[in-house]
Structures are given as structure tokens and as C-alpha cells.
Design a protein around this ligand. Structure first.
Ligand code: NAI
Ligand code: MG
Length: 356
């Protein structure tokens, strides 16, 4: 029997609540399937550790993670620690250290969940956003001079490399090719940003010639927000820079009903390092400890993780179970339900056990 070594990093806020839910569902799947086992190691990294020791994770943190097949991550961020400290102290070192350059964010309207867009139903919005996850606007390149003085200056430099853009473009075209509509939208801002973004457009056209059966078009990111809202059916697979896709995928999550249902995979397509799977949402201080965090984003990302590990049948079973539970109306308050995290989780586990 195959055993997968999973590193669970629940971290902050509702992270521990949704990761506990996700692990319960994964356990139910492994038991039901019988073909694989999960060997889960939990790490207590996060803001509490930072407050005690001054670091969110140990210095050899990424070294420790190398031994795992995948990383299952909750959320990081605390009200009393600056967000750039938490993000750069835990999540980004893992993404960048493991060169997880493809951030894959599927969005669809699950049954029983209503979109804030009038007249848009399940099936009308079915996208995958591919976010460049290793460079661009989040390269960490920049600095501040004359700190605190009136003439202070801050720079935040975007880095776009031919290698980085080509590999994410290939990933996105291949993903589009694997989906029924074989259609990719390339997002940039190549009117106002005339260097890196123009290079994106050029590389997209070059890579497109390798995928003659994929149709593709281009959008400027500002116009893209309009198209997502006004014409959701006109989109399928989308590729954008680190910053642009960060913003577009939050919008996508909201259009699909809630951030609480939006998953993401930080993937090293070359499989040199473990990939990391997490809900898109953050620590959600406003609902932490209330037992009402929506676990669906975490179930969905657990399905992404299983698929990445090669357990497609189990991944499909998990998503069918989640969709059936949503359709039956067992949902948390963010999607107009009255159920708790635990009630949704128990219902999903029951659906996993009893499915034919
Ligand atoms: P957030 O995603 O934590 O919350 C935004 C809103 O969505 C809140 O009203 C929250 O209650 C709701 N929400 C989020 N997830 C939900 C769920 N599973 N079920 C029901 N409702 C849910 O974003 P916010 O407030 O901007 O950030 C809070 C903290 O999280 C900050 O410290 C931020 O830096 C951090 N953060 C961390 C991320 C990560 O670890 N990947 C991603 C985004 C934010
Ligand atoms: Mg974001």
C-alpha cells in the first residue's frame, strides 16, 4: 500500500480549524479507498511561535519539509504581528524555497451556493486561474532609503525573467489543453507597463505555437475584472502575474460565493520539492474560534493534493462528496447556511463512507 508523508502546517486563526476538518476528510477517504495511507506530521509553526521565539519557523524549516510528499497549509497572519512579517516568515519562504512556481486556483460555483452575480448559476462559472508564483511583483526586490525622513523613498521592483514567464506560460497552456474548452486567457497590463508586461505578451505568443489546439486571447487586467463580472461564461483557463492573479483570484472566489470555498495549490511541476496546498483565505480573525469557518476550500485543496499525489479517484470522490453535501444545504454561514465547521465535516465524511 502506498503511504504519503504529509506535513500539516495549520498555523494561525481559522487555519487549525480548517486543517483539522481537512485531515478528518482525508482520513475518511484513505479508509474508504484502502489503496493508500497518509502519514501526517503536524508542525506548530506560525505567529504564536514567532511571539515566543522571534521566528515563525525554525531556521532549517524548509530543510525539514523536504522529506514530505506534500504540504497541507492553513493560514498565517495575526492581528498583533505585521502581515509582511508573517507572510515572508512562513508562506513565501516555502513557496519560493521550493520553487513552487505554479499557483493553481480553480473556481466554480458549487451546487447549492449562490453567486452574487444575478442569473449566474452552477456551471456558468468554471475557471482555473494560474498565478505565476515565483517572481514578478512579489520578488522581494526593492528597498527603502532615508527611512523616516521627509525624502524617504521606497522601491518595489517587479522581476520578470524569460525562464520564469516561459515556464508558467507552458504550464497554463498545457492545463488549458487538458480542459474540455481548450481555451486560455493571458492577462497583462502591457499598455502602461511596457517592458516586463510586453515580454509576457511576446512569450505567450511564442509558447502558443507549441499548443496549436489551444485557443487563446489577451486581456488587460483592469478590463479583465469587468469581463469576470459581466461575462463569466466567456472564460475558462486564465494566466496572470503574481500580483494580478492574486487580486483576480480573490474576486473569482467572491464571485463563486465565498472566499471560504476557494482552494489553491502551490505546485512545483518538476516535482523536485514538495508542493503546498492551502485554502486561499487568510486567518479570518473575525470568526476564529467560533467553529463556523467554511471547510470547503480546505476540502477542495485536499482534493488538489490527492490529485497531485496521483490519487485521482480519491480526489474525485472527495469533490463529489463535497458537492453533494453543499447541494443538500449543509453549509456554513458565509454561504447562507447554519451549519458549523464540524457539521459540514461530519456530513462530508459520511458522504465519503456511504457513496457507491
Ligand atoms: P481573510 O481571508 O482572513 O478574511 C476575509 C473575510 O473572509 C473575513 O470576513 C473572513 O471571515 C472571511 N472568510 C475567510 N475565510 C473564510 C472561511 N473559511 N469561512 C468563512 N469565512 C471566511 O483575509 P483578511 O481579513 O484580509 O486577512 C486576515 C489575516 O490573514 C491577515 O493577517 C492576512 O495577512 C492573512 N492572510 C493570510 C493568507 C495566507 O495565509 N495564505 C491569505 C490571506 C490573508
Ligand atoms: Mg491573496
Amino acid at each position: 500500500m502506498k503511504t504519503y508523508k504529509i506535513a500539516a502546517i495549520p498555523a494561525d486563526g481559522i487555519g487549525p480549524e480548517v486543517i483539522a476538518a481537512g485531515l478528518q476528510a482525508l482520513e475518511a477517504l484513505a479508509r474508504r479507498d484502502g489503496g493508500f495511507r497518509l502519514d501526517v506530521t503536524k508542525f506548530d509553526w506560525g505567529s504564536a511561535r514567532y511571539k515566543k521565539t522571534g521566528a515563525l519557523m525554525p531556521e532549517d524549516g524548509t530543510e525539514q519539509l523536504k522529506a514530505f510528499d506534500a504540504i497541507f497549509f492553513g493560514a498565517v497572519g495575526a492581528p498583533d504581528v505585521p502581515d509582511h512579517v508573517t507572510l515572508w516568515g512562513l508562506r513565501l519562504p516555502i513557496c519560493q524555497g521550493f520553487d513552487q512556481y505554479a499557483n493553481v486556483r480553480p473556481t466554480k460555483i458549487l451546487p447549492g451556493i449562490s453567486s452574487p452575480l444575478a442569473g449566474v448559476k452552477t456551471g456558468d462559472l468554471d475557471w482555473v486561474i494560474v498565478r505565476e508564483n515565483s517572481e514578478g511583483e512579489y520578488s522581494g526586490h526593492g528597498g527603502r532609503a532615508h527611512k523616516g525622513l521627509p525624502e524617504e523613498v521606497g522601491t518595489e521592483v517587479s522581476i520578470f525573467t524569460r525562464v520564469g514567464v516561459t515556464r508558467i506560460m507552458r504550464y497554463a497552456f498545457a492545463l488549458a489543453q487538458a480542459r474540455p474548452r481548450k481555451f486560455l486567457t493571458v492577462v497583462t497590463k502591457s499598455n502602461a507597463q511596457r517592458f516586463g508586461m510586453v515580454m509576457w505578451d511576446e512569450i505567450a505568443a511564442e509558447v502558443a505555437t507549441e499548443f496549436p489546439d489551444v485557443k487563446w486571447d489577451k486581456m488587460l487586467v483592469d478590463a479583465m475584472t469587468v469581463r469576470m463580472v459581466r461575462a463569466p461564461r466567456s472564460l475558462d483557463t486564465i494566466v496572470a502575474t503574481n500580483l494580478h492573479a492574486d487580486i483576480l483570484s480573490d474576486l473569482a472566489g467572491a464571485l463563486a460565493g465565498s472566499l471560504g470555498v476557494a482552494p489553491t495549490g502551490n505546485i512545483d511541476p518538476e516535482r523536485r520539492f514538495p508542493s503546498m496546498f492551502e485554502p486561499i483565505h487568510g486567518s479570518a480573525f473575525d470568526i476564529t474560534g467560533k467553529g463556523i469557518a467554511n471547510p470547503v476550500a480546505t476540502f477542495w485543496t485536499a482534493a488538489q493534493m490527492l490529485e497531485h499525489l496521483g490519487e485521482k479517484d480519491a480526489a474525485d470522490r472527495l469533490m463529489r462528496s463535497v458537492e453533494n453535501v453543499c447541494a443538500s444545504g449543509i453549509m456554513t454561514p458565509d454561504v447562507n447556511g447554519t451549519a458549523t465547521t464540524q457539521q459540514v465535516t461530519d456530513a462530508v465524511c459520511e458522504a465519503i463512507r456511504s457513496e457507491n
